[in-house]
Design a protein around this ligand. Sequence first.
Ligand code: ADP
Ligand code: MG
Ligand code: ZN
Length: 645
Amino acid sequence: MPVETNNNKPIKPPKVQQFGGSFLFLLTLLLLLNLIVSNFLGTRLPQVPYSTFLTQVEAGEVVRAIVGSDRIQYAIKTQTPDGKTIEKVYTTTPVALDLDLPKILRQHNVEFTAPPPNQNGWIGTLISWVAPPIIFFGIWGFLLSRQGGGPAALTVGKSKARIYSEGSTGVKFTDVAGVDEGKAELEEIVDFLKNATKYTNLGAKIPKGVLLVGPPGTGKTLLAKAIAGEASVPFFSISGSEFIELFVGVGAARVRDLFEQAKQQAPCIVFIDELDALGKSRGGAGPIMGGNDEREQTLNQLLTEMDGFDANTGVIIIAATNRPEVLDPALRRPGRFDRQVVLDRPDKIGREAILKVHAKNVKLADDVNLGIIATRTPGFAGADLANLVNEAALLAARQNRQAVHMADFNEAIERLVAGLEKRSRVLNETEKKTVAYHEVGHAIIAALMPGAGKVEKISVVPRGVGALGYTIQMPEEDRFLMVEDEIRGRIATLLGGRSAEELVFGKVSTGAADDIQKATDLAERAITIYGMSDRLGPVAFEKIQQQFLEGYPNPRRAISPKVAEEIDREVKQILDHAHHIALSILHYNRNLLEETAQKLLQSEILEGSQLRDRLNQAKAPAETAEWLRTGELLTDQPLMQTLLV
Ligand code: ADP
Ligand code: MG
Ligand code: ZN
């Protein structure tokens, strides 16, 4: 476990003991103080009842008196046994508002006066001034010692950076796999921190800042921790969002504090996670209301601090973000984050390596082939793969197996891709039939389309949030590009489910909504981003804004209404043609569709050779090849008339 200390202070002993100790001490101190003060204030004099005092006045014994509102001090003349006359001083507490008293005193010739403004002398004054602050600070100090870091209000400007002392993250470079380029880059930095002279002797300057960018879960944070584990230097870790506070200026103060600490500890590494939280472009889309003063000030402070130290002092700043495009350009200027290390989703070899890392502590059965698992998981990031291994192990444990088998991994992949099985959701007969034809429709078209991989499984067991049935298609290799005909094929496959419903039942259900959504998105992207329309040409109509985060819509560029209309027409045409081909293929393979759907209704799941043999019988009608190549249909006949006979 990492030893985390606050502001580099030594770890405090358990707080409970300390609490009891200092509290008692404080109490004693207060009591003592009280005793001293009261001793000075009230000089001990014999106290007599008020009535006695009055009697003594009337007897003419009282010589003089000091009459205060709550105390009367008076002297009486008495004779000592040896005949001397002496004065004795007494005090008494007057009855409230005895307005007759001055009159009585005058009648008996008593010399009287009010007490002087300050009866207690200079020591009393001193104490009355000095004691309250002492008590105040005593309590303050007591609170400070209790809190360890001081009351929250006092630490607003302090950086909250956690410091991992060397190697204490427990993460090593060997724990990070599949990101070899990134690792190589960072190994160089670790080496610099360890053997600085090797570089400085040659006059080489080490980069001040390294920016790790990549989609979520690709190991950015992990890699930064691995640096801490490898480099034997202090490692400050803080998240970008921790700089941003309610009060303007606090973030800037934190940045200053962080760098101050770092410079004292150089050589060291400062890691800022989720840099985009504070490094958003200052120009850009304006804030909704008011200024973003706090963030801007914090960012400015960061920029200043990064300029403010010499590259070879040995403070290296590593930051991570999955939104590099929103970062302020000033951050990426040379001398700041001038190195950028991209951690992309791993390829097949990388995935296998990551699986190996995570499977190290898992008992694997002999039939497990990590290479095959890697093939079946394109697009999975490191975090997904870690999750997959754990999921598989959990499944095996639930089955009381001695080791994790390939079947567990397959089920785990399915869970991650399609969600949990929901056998509790019972479909009625019509629904089940609709779902079966729908899925077989997807499968038959998928089997005939280029580059999309094998159809591995069709199921009518509901899964996940919305899927009533599903078809799993597994790629045979990693693909980094999609060619035009593959996009068309993909769109036709997506529309295959709905087409089968149309063909068989003559009407459509709501079950195709998601397919249609995806098909439309893909068709639109083909035209507005990939420039695949002949009529509109290679023009970008959308601004790609998120490089690493998927699922965010891109804003349209400024386009004329005429062009917008054309885009819509083109999108519709792509979808219409794909729909037509899907219907046409299913019509052509109508018997296969019927038989496979009936079989699926019986067994609920079709997979393996049973499924493969069936899908191998699927044949494409003549027009398909031409459509895949050009996107154009040879026939001019309207869609429905051709097919729904
Ligand atoms: P990021 O910060 O990029 O979003 P993390 O570093 O937090 O991702 O990764 C989360 C988890 O996923 C890690 O703790 C680790 O278990 C696993 N992981 C991610 N990438 C890798 C990798 N390249 N090698 C091994 N494990 C990884
Ligand atoms: Mg992270
Ligand atoms: Zn579907």
